[in-house]
Design a binder for this molecule. Structure first.
Ligand code: B12
Length: 498
C-alpha cells in the first residue's frame, strides 16, 4: 500500500556540497515504491534572493504529499582553509593590543551575523512552508545538523513539523507506505512539550545501489558540484566512543557495509557522466577496525581496476592501516589525508576514550610513506583537552615532529582545533557534571561568553596557546599549524607560562 504519491526533498541552504544523504533516501524509496514521484532540490545552489520564490513555484507545480527538508550544517566555522573565525576570537580574547581587540570585536559581530542569519533563513523557510502548505502536505525535517540540535530547532518551529533523527531511509519508507512510525527516531513538539522516540534500529545498507538514470531525472542539479569532492558512503555507523564525537549518535554504533561493487559503480557513474574526479568517502571512519580491512581492500582493489583517474579521501585512522592496505590506498588515488590525532599524549587520548594507540597511528604513517604516499597529511589536534598540561602539550609538538620526519616536512600540516562541545556527546555530560556548563545552556548560542565555554580552551593554558596562535598568524606562512606548535613549544619553555 502506498499512502503518499510524491515527495520533494529540499536541502536547506548551507555551503554547497553534494547532498549524498538525499540521493540515498531517494534511491531507497525508489526501490520500494517505483511509482512514487520524487524530486531533489538544493537551495544552496540558488542565489539567496531567489530561494523562496523558486521553492514556492516548485512546490506549487510538483504538489508533493511530503515536503522533506534536510539540514546539514549549523556550526559553519572551521579554523582553517582561510576561515578567520578562530583568529578573530583569539585576537578578541588574548591580544595584548587593545586596537586589535576592538577590530576583532567588530569582525566577530560580522561572523555572528553570518551564523545567525543562516539559522534564521532556514527556520523561516520551514515556517513559511508550514504556513503555505502545512495543511495539505506533511512537512518533515532531518539531516545531521537537525539530528544534533533537534531540541533547540524544534522549539523555533511550528508544532506540525515532524523531526526525524539520524538515518532516514526506514522512517520515510514507513511514512510513504502509510505505516505507523512507532519505534522510529522521531521528535515532535506538542503543546509545548517534546516527544522524542530514540529507539534505534540500524538498517541494512548492503544493497544500496544508486540508479543514475533515475537519479539524474529527479535531481537536475546533480552535476553542479564539480569544484568539491563528491561524497560516497562505503559503510555506516561508528563503534568508537570518542568523548566529544556525536557520529555514533547520528549514524548508530553498529557498522554496516555496502557491497564494494555498488560503491565503485557509484564512483564510476559520477566520473563517467559528469566528469567528477574527486571523492570523499563520507564514513565516520574509513577503517573503523581490523575487521573492516577486508572490505576497504576490496573497495580499493575494485576502484584501482576501473583505471579511473580519480582522487579520494576520507577520515582515516592510520593506526589501522596495514602495509598491504597502504599500497592499495596509494594505488587507488588517495589524495590528502585528515588524521584526527587529537593529542600527542596517550593519557589524554585515553581520557577522551579515543580507542587508538598513538604508536600504531605513527606506524601507519610509516606504511603510507613506504607505499609512496605523496599527498598532504593533515593532523587534527584538539589542544587543551581535559587533563592537558605543559608536558602533554609538549608531547603534541613531539608527535608532530615524529610524523613530519617520516614524510617530507612540506607534506605534514597540523591543524589546530579545540574540542567543540556538542549535545549528545559524553564530554557535554562530563562538563555539565563538573559545572563548566550549566544544564540549560543553549548549544546554538554564539555570544562571546557562550562561545568561550563551548569551544573548550580553559585556563590556565588558554593564554599560552592563544598567544602562540596570534604570533603565528602575525607572520602568515603556508603552514600556520606548524608555526603555532613551534611557538607553543617556545612559550612553554619560557619561565612564566601561566
Ligand atoms: C563526511 C563529513 C564531512 C566531509 C564531507 C565530504 C563530502 N564531500 O561530502 C567534510 C570533511 C568535507 C566535511 C566538512 C564539513 N562538515 Co562534516 N561531516 C561529515 C560526516 C562525518 C558525514 C556526513 C555524510 O555525508 N554522511 C553520509 C550521508 C549518507 O548521510 P547524511 O547526509 O547525513 O544523510 C543521512 C541522514 O542525515 C538522514 N537525512 C538527511 N537529510 C534528511 C532529511 C530527512 C527528511 C530525513 C528523514 C532524513 C535525512 O538520512 C540520510 C541517509 O540515512 C558528518 C558526521 C556524521 N557522521 O554524520 C559530519 C557533519 C555533517 N559535518 C559537520 C560540519 C559542521 C561540517 C563543516 C561545516 C565543518 C566546518 N566547520 O568546516 C564542513 C562543511 C561542509 C560543507 N557543507 O561544505 C557537522 C554538521 C552539524 C553541525 N554541527 O553543524 C557534522 C554532523 C559533524 C559534527 N560533529 O557535528 N564533513
Amino acid at each position: 500500500m502506498i499512502s503518499c504519491r510524491s515527495i520533494l526533498f529540499v536541502r536547506l541552504p548551507c555551503q554547497p556540497l553534494y547532498p549524498v544523504g538525499l540521493t540515498y533516501l531517494a534511491t531507497h524509496l525508489h526501490k520500494h515504491f517505483p511509482d512514487l514521484r520524487q524530486q531533489i532540490i538544493d537551495l544552496s545552489l540558488l542565489p539567496k534572493h531567489k530561494r523562496r520564490s523558486y521553492l514556492k513555484e516548485l512546490v506549487e507545480a510538483f504538489r508533493p504529499d511530503i515536503l522533506a527538508f534536510s539540514w546539514r550544517d549549523i556550526q559553519i566555522f572551521a579554523p582553517h582553509e582561510g576561515d578567520s573565525s578562530l583568529e578573530t576570537a583569539f585576537n578578541f580574547f588574548y591580544s595584548p593590543n587593545p586596537f586589535k581587540r576592538a577590530v576583532s570585536a567588530i569582525k566577530g559581530l560580522g561572523l555572528m551575523g553570518r551564523y545567525y542569519s543562516n539559522i534564521r533563513e532556514n527556520l523561516s523557510i520551514l515556517r513559511e512552508s508550514h504556513r503555505h502548505w502545512g495543511k495539505s502536505t506533511k512537512i518533515v525535517l532531518g539531516g545531521s545538523a537537525f539530528s544534533a540540535f533537534y531540541e533547540q530547532l524544534l522549539c523555533d518551529l511550528p508544532e506540525g513539523v515532524l523531526g526525524m533523527i539520524g538515518e532516514g531511509e526506514e522512517i520515510l519508507r514507513k511514512m510513504v507506505g502509510g505505516e505507523s512510525l512507532e519505534g522510529c527516531r522521531v521528535a515532535v513538539r506538542r503543546n509545548n512539550k517534546f516527544q522524542v522516540y530514540q529507539q534505534f534500529s540500524p538498517i541494512d545498507i548492503s544493497d544500496l545501489h544508486v540508479d543514475f538514470d533515475f537519479l539524474t531525472g529527479i535531481f537536475p542539479q546533480i552535476s553542479s558540484y564539480k569544484d568539491r569532492a563528491i561524497g560516497v558512503q562505503t559503510k555506516r555507523g561508528c563503534h568508537f566512543k570518542c568523548a566529544f564525537c556525536i557520529y555514533p549518535f547520528i549514524e548508530g554504533n553498529t557498522i554496516r557495509y555496502r557491497k564494494p561493487e555498488y560503491i565503485v559503480d557509484e564512483v564510476t557513474e559520477h566520473a563517467r557522466r559528469s566528469g567528477m574526479d574527486r571523492f570523499w568517502f563520507t564514513d565516520a571512519q574509513f577503517i573503523p577496525g581490523p575487521s573492516a580491512v577486508h572490505h576497504c581492500s576490496e573497495v580499493l582493489e575494485r576502484l584501482t581496476a576501473t583505471g579511473l583517474d580519480i582522487r579520494w579521501s576520507s577520515y582515516i585512522r592510520t593506526s589501522l592501516i596495514t602495509p598491504e592496505l597502504s599500497r592499495l590506498m596509494v594505488a587507488s588515488g588517495l589524495e590528502d589525508l585528515e588524521v584526527s590525532i587529537t593529542s600527542g599524549d596517550q593519557g589524554i587520548l585515553n581520557n577522551l576514550w579515543m580507542g587508538f594507540n598513538l604508536e600504531d597511528l605513527i606506524r601507519g604513517c610509516r606504511y603510507l610513506k613506504e607505499a609512496g604516499f605523496k599527498g598532504k597529511i593533515i593532523l587534527n589536534y584538539s589542544l587543551n583537552s581535559p587533563g592537558e598540561t605543559a608536558e602533554t602539550l609538549q608531547k603534541c609538538v613531539e608527535s608532530y615532529r615524529r610524523i613530519a620526519s617520516i614524510f617530507q616536512e612540506s607534506q605534514v600540516f597540523p591543524f589546530i582545533f579545540f574540542i567543540g562541545i556538542q549535545p549528545h556527546s559524553e564530554i557535554e555530560k562530563r562538563l555539565i557534571r563538573e559545572g563548566h556548563l550549566s544544564a540549560d545552556y543553549n548549544p546554538l548560542s554564539l555570544s562571546p561568553f557562550t562561545a568561550r565555554k563551548m569551544f573548550y580552551n580553559p585556563p590556565p593554558l588558554d593564554r599560552v596557546i592563544g598567544r602562540a596562535c596570534l604570533k603565528a598568524w602575525a607572520h602568515p606562512s603556508d603552514n600556520p599549524g606548524r608555526d603555532i606548535l613551534l611557538n607553543l613549544e617556545s612559550g612553554l619553555t619560557a619561565k612564566n607560562i601561566y
